[in-house]
Design a protein. Structure first.
Length: 252
C-alpha cells in the first residue's frame, strides 16, 4: 500500500523503481495501468484525470514488458504483430531489429514463421522477452513499462534487452522496475520505494554520493557479481587442469 506518495513525471523521462519485495514498486505500476484505482488521491496523464479515459484509452497508451512474458500459440510474426494488428511484415522486422530479436529469429529454421508453441514453450525465456520487447516497439506506446524483465536471463541476452530498451525509451516516458541495478544506471531518476513511500530519489551518481540505501544495495550487488565472475574464472581454470591430467598420465 502506498502512503503519502506523490510523484510528477515529465514527458520523455525515464523513472527507475528500486526497493525490496513488497515495498510498493508493483503497486505503482498496477495503479498506472489502472489494473486497480487509488482509494485516495488521483493520477493524471497530460493533466487529465486518468479515470476520464476508457480502459482501452489508457492501455492503448501503455506498452509493457513483464518478468514473465506472455506469448500465444502461433508464429513469431503473429506474436510480434499483436503489438499493432495492422503492421506490415517489414514493420514487424524493423521492430524485431530494434529490440535485438532479429538475429535469433533468422537463425531459426522457419524464421518469422516459426511456431512458438503454447505460451512460447518452444522458446527460451530470453527469446520470449525479446519478442515481448519487439511487440512493445511495434506498438510505439506513449508510456513504456518494464517490470523485472532481465532478472531471469543470461548476461548476453540482458545486453540485447538493454539495447532494445534504449531504443524504445528514446523520447518516451518510461518506468523500469529492475532487479539488476546495472540496467538502470542511465535512468533520469531512480526512486527507492520502501514501505509504500519514497525513501530516496535522484540519479545514479547522486544516490551513490549520498551513501544511503541505494548505495548499499548497489555496492552489495556489485560485490556479488564480482565474486561470481571470480568463481567462474577459477572454475574454468580447475576444469582445464583436470582435463590435462589424463593426458599427462597417458604420456608417462
Amino acid at each position: 500500500m502506498l502512503k503519502n506518495f506523490s510523484l510528477t513525471v515529465k514527458p520523455g523521462e525515464t523513472i527507475a523503481l528500486v526497493g525490496a519485495t513488497g515495498g510498493g514498486k508493483s503497486t505503482i505500476v498496477n495503479l498506472l495501468c489502472r489494473f486497480y484505482e487509488p482509494r485516495a488521491g488521483r493520477i493524471t496523464i497530460g493533466g487529465t484525470d486518468y479515470t476520464d479515459f476508457t480502459l482501452h484509452g489508457i492501455h492503448s497508451r501503455i506498452g509493457m514488458v513483464l518478468q514473465t512474458p506472455h506469448l500465444f500459440s502461433g508464429t513469431i510474426r503473429d506474436n510480434i504483430r499483436y503489438g499493432r494488428l495492422d503492421a506490415t511484415d517489414e514493420q514487424i522486422e524493423q521492430a524485431a531489429k530494434a529490440a535485438g530479436a532479429h538475429a535469433f529469429i533468422c537463425a531459426l529454421e522457419k524464421g518469422y514463421d516459426e511456431e512458438v508453441g503454447e505460451g512460447g514453450i518452444l522458446l527460451s525465456v530470453g527469446q520470449k522477452q525479446l519478442l515481448s520487447l519487439a511487440r512493445a516497439v511495434l506498438a510505439a506506446p506513449e508510456i513504456f513499462i518494464m517490470d523485472e524483465a532481465t532478472s531471469s536471463v543470461d548476461t548476453l541476452t540482458e545486453a540485447l534487452i538493454q539495447q532494445g530498451m534504449e531504443q524504445i525509451m528514446k523520447g518516451r516516458t518510461s518506468f523500469v522496475i529492475a532487479h539488476r541495478l546495472s540496467t538502470i544506471k542511465r535512468a533520469d531518476r531512480i526512486i527507492v520505494v520502501s514501505n509504500g513511500q519514497i525513501q530516496e530519489m535522484g540519479s545514479h551518481s547522486e544516490l551513490l554520493r549520498k551513501k544511503g540505501y541505494y548505495y548499499n544495495l548497489y555496492t552489495q550487488q556489485f560485490r556479488q557479481e564480482l565474486e561470481r565472475s571470480y568463481d567462474d574464472v577459477f572454475r574454468v581454470s580447475d576444469d582445464d587442469q583436470s582435463s590435462e591430467e589424463p593426458l599427462e598420465k597417458a604420456t608417462a
